[in-house]
Ligand binder design. Sequence first.
Ligand SMILES: NC(=O)C1=CN([C@@H]2O[C@H](COP(=O)(O)OP(=O)(O)OC[C@H]3O[C@@H](n4cnc5c(N)ncnc54)[C@H](O)[C@@H]3O)[C@@H](O)[C@H]2O)[C@@H](O)CC1
Ligand SMILES: [K+]
Length: 569
Amino acid sequence: MTELLTAAQMRAIEQAAIASGEVTGLELMERAGRGVVEAIFEEWPELAPGAGVAGGAAPSVQGTSPPEFSGQNEDGAHRAVVLCGPGNNGGDGFVVARLLKEAGWEVEVFLYGDAGKLPPDARVNYQRWGEMGEVLPLTPQAPPELAHRHIVIDAMFGTGLARPLSELGPFLRDICDCVDAGGSLMLQERWPYWPPVVAIDIPSGICADSGRPIFDEAVAERIRRGSSAACAAADLTVTFHAQKLGHALASGGFWCGKIVCADIGISSPASRTLPRSELVKMASDTGSRFKRNGHKYSHGYALILSGSVGKGGAARLAARGALRVGAGAVTLGCPPAAMIENAAQLNAVMLRKIKAADALNVALEDTRINALCVGPGMGTGPREAALLAACLEQTRPGASPGRGVVLDADALTLLAQNEALFAKLHAQCVLTPHAGEFARLFPDIAEKLAAPATKGPAYSKVDATREAAKRAGCVVLFKGPDTVIAAPDAQCSINASVYDRSAPWLATAGSGDVLAGFITGLLARGFAPMNAAESGAWLHTECALSFGPGLIAEDLPEELPKVFRALGV
Ligand SMILES: NC(=O)C1=CN([C@@H]2O[C@H](COP(=O)(O)OP(=O)(O)OC[C@H]3O[C@@H](n4cnc5c(N)ncnc54)[C@H](O)[C@@H]3O)[C@@H](O)[C@H]2O)[C@@H](O)CC1
Ligand SMILES: [K+]
């Protein structure tokens, strides 16, 4: 688990470090540039000094070697294009240009903007580079040649992006084409050779707070015609001190390619990274995370409400998830007609007839039940609305015993349809909407999130989820590859399935039901709602990663023992 920063937080950390006398801005820029060069050599060791001829033999097309390119120029140097912008991101670019030149590279440097307006540290590095080489203007009319170089450095815009890069759109398209073409030194047999792209801090055009490309209608129209892009893409993105929200949210992970976070030596707790086992320790605020002693009911008892005949699969998946994640006992409550179907499918999970709300109230006289899950496959009729109302009543803060409740799927539809029900939400609830459910529950918030991002920082999924949690008065877990979890007090975390945690096979029928079950099971174990949602989402991704492609929802709970073992639980 890593702490992510907004651009403003990063600026504040940088300013505090400079103000304390710990380091100068110029030194930070030098470290940033060095971090980028080190990351390049780490990623492509064949480019590192002393690694020999890049790519070996000259690339050939149908048996002929193009005369212009032999992997190196006539002097045996690697070739880089460094694209600098008008701010400190550009300043980092000038440092990278200088360091590559010192390493023997042939470096072409372009500047987008007016050198006279560069901020002070960037200007110093512009001048330092000026003693080694020239700076050509980066103009959309005569864009730099990118083919047949070894690397392209995108140092145009970083965390300071404020508006669309309309003018640069066609050139950004060229950069995206480089990345689309493979951008790998392993592909030198291809001709023309398109180099890998390395973004400094974040690909230019992406908002560092939201992961969304910033663009206006004019650019959108050109994108539709295929002649423009809103942002650059990268094969490798090197950021500093800590990842930013935009690296994880929305399409940020897609545009960044691979991410490396370079240490620039700022002593701030903000970049703390927790080892995996810490997640479990952190979550064990009840002191009863592990089943070291006690009997089954002392490990929590979850009740999962199920739908009618033929609709019980979702609730059964949730029940299995709750049991595997550690609830001591799980009962599935279903309409009488669905008893036989469920009995034929369940063993460790117990069954109980719950015809209507009064039967639920009787069931909840069992004070051992401390967590509920309402919604998966449940239905949206009057019976279900009454069940939901009873659940909200029985779990309200202050009621005895204390109970948590997960509201998913059909429960979310009911909440969206019924203002009186929505008004009963409280701090013991966890809502787990996907994008469609979120839009039904919070249409105005979803509209803001869907509106084109025309200026930075753009409204983000974090902003949206926080607003939703505040309005609902409970934890909201907004699902997606960038799952965001927020509490009414603005606590927030992201469980992003990106980079080395990418698990696209998690988008499979029933996987959300298992997640609801995991969270319910953790509530039963005594986790607080925010903690249960965060830990459930994290374990859900871990199970998917552990199982790998081919996964179906049934596999997720079954993978938990392996994940727990790997955590040392
Ligand atoms: N904050 C930190 O701790 C560090 C920051 N560093 C670098 O500094 C960067 C941030 O620097 P800045 O705040 O100067 O921001 P940027 O370099 O991202 O760019 C800001 C400049 O671009 C202009 N601008 C914004 N959008 C524009 C657009 N669409 N068209 C034309 N001009 C536009 C702004 O007016 C401003 O002049 C980071 O991304 C990182 O690369 C590093 O040097 C290391 C330390
Ligand atoms: K950049």
